[in-house]
Design a protein around this ligand. Structure first.
Ligand SMILES: O=C(O)CC1=CCC(=O)O1
Length: 264
C-alpha cells in the first residue's frame, strides 16, 4: 500500500509484478476503489508491471471538496505515472476510469500505448441525470443511491450474494465529497470528438447485463477509433472484473499478447 504525495493531492496506489516489465495501469469505476481489480490481478500474465490506484475522492486517496473537473482526474493519472516512472503503458479504464483513460491518451500519448475501454463510453449519461443524482446524494447521502446502483451494476443472481453486499458497502463508504466530485467530472465530459482523433490499439469490453453503460453504447465508443476491437462478456454486468473475473482476465490477456505488449 503506497501513497503518492503530488502536492495538492495524495493518491493511494499499489504496484505489482515485475518492476522491469511492460506497464499496465488499472483505473476503477465511480463508488469503488483500487480493490475493484483484486480478483483479476492473480489471473493476469506474469511479467507485467501493474499500477492500480484510487481516484481522488475514493478509497484511501484524499477527498477534497467537489467539484472535480475531468482535466484534474486526467492530470492525477498523468502525475502518478510520472511519479512511479511509467510510460508507454497499456491503460485499462472501467466506467469513469475509461473516461480518464481516454483523456490521458488524448493528452499524453507518450504515456499510453494501448487502451482497454471497459464498460465505458465517450460520454456517460446526461448532465441532467448526474445533476439529479448529485442532488439526491447531497440531500440524503450515498445510502439513497446504493440499491439502484447495485441494480445497474450486477445481474440479478450476483446481487443476491454476500459479495454484492460488500460492494454495496463500498458504495456507501465512499466519501460523499469524492463521489459527488467525480460525478461532476462525468457530467461535464463529452469525449466524442477527442476520442475520434485517437490512433492506437483499443479493446472495448462490455457486459451483456450492464445497466450503466449497455453494450451498444460501449460499441459506439469503440467504433470512434479505427481498428478497435469490441468484446462482449455474456452474463456480465457493469463490473465484469467482479462478476466474471476469469472471462475478463482472458480478454485482457489476449489483448496484451495481441498488441505485443508482452510476448505470449
Ligand atoms: O453508477 C453507475 O451507474 C455506474 C457508473 C457510471 C460512471 C461510473 O464510473 O460508474
Amino acid at each position: 500500500m503506497l501513497m503518492a504525495d503530488l502536492g495538492d493531492i495524495r493518491l493511494n496506489y499499489q504496484l505489482h509484478g515485475d518492476p522491469e516489465g511492460p506497464p499496465l495501469v488499472l483505473i476503477h469505476a465511480l463508488g469503488t476503489d483500487l480493490r475493484l481489480w483484486d480478483k483479476i490481478l492473480p489471473l493476469l500474465p506474469r511479467g507485467l508491471r501493474v499500477l492500480r490506484y484510487s481516484l481522488r475522492g475514493h478509497g484511501l486517496s484524499d477527498a477534497p471538496n467537489p467539484p472535480y473537473p475531468m482535466g484534474t482526474l486526467v492530470r492525477d493519472a498523468e502525475r502518478l505515472m510520472e511519479h512511479v516512472g511509467m510510460r508507454d503503458a497499456l491503460v485499462v479504464g472501467l466506467s469513469i476510469g475509461g473516461l480518464v483513460a481516454q483523456g490521458l491518451a488524448v493528452k499524453r500519448l507518450d504515456l499510453v500505448r494501448a487502451l482497454v475501454l471497459s464498460n465505458t463510453a465517450a460520454k456517460i449519461g446526461t448532465a441532467e441525470i448526474w445533476r439529479q443524482r448529485i442532488a439526491l446524494i447531497e440531500d440524503k447521502g450515498l445510502e439513497a443511491i446504493a440499491d439502484a446502483t447495485l441494480e445497474r451494476w450486477f445481474p440479478k443472481p450476483f446481487r443476491q450474494t454476500d459479495e454484492a453486499l460488500a460492494w454495496r458497502h463500498m458504495v456507501t463508504r465512499t466519501p460523499r465529497h469524492g463521489y459527488v466530485g467525480c460525478a461532476h467530472a462525468i457530467a461535464g465530459t463529452d469525449f466524442y470528438t477527442p476520442t475520434s482523433g485517437l490512433r492506437l490499439p483499443v479493446l472495448a469490453i462490455a457486459g451483456s447485463e450492464d445497466g450503466s453503460t449497455p453494450p451498444d453504447l460501449v460499441r459506439e465508443t469503440a467504433e470512434l477509433v479505427p481498428g478497435s476491437r469490441f468484446h462482449l462478456i455474456r452474463g456480465a454486468g457493469h463490473l465484469p472484473c467482479v462478476d466474471k473475473p476469469a472471462d475478463y482476465a482472458e480478454a485482457l490477456t489476449a489483448f496484451i499478447h495481441e498488441t505485443g505488449h508482452l510476448a505470449a
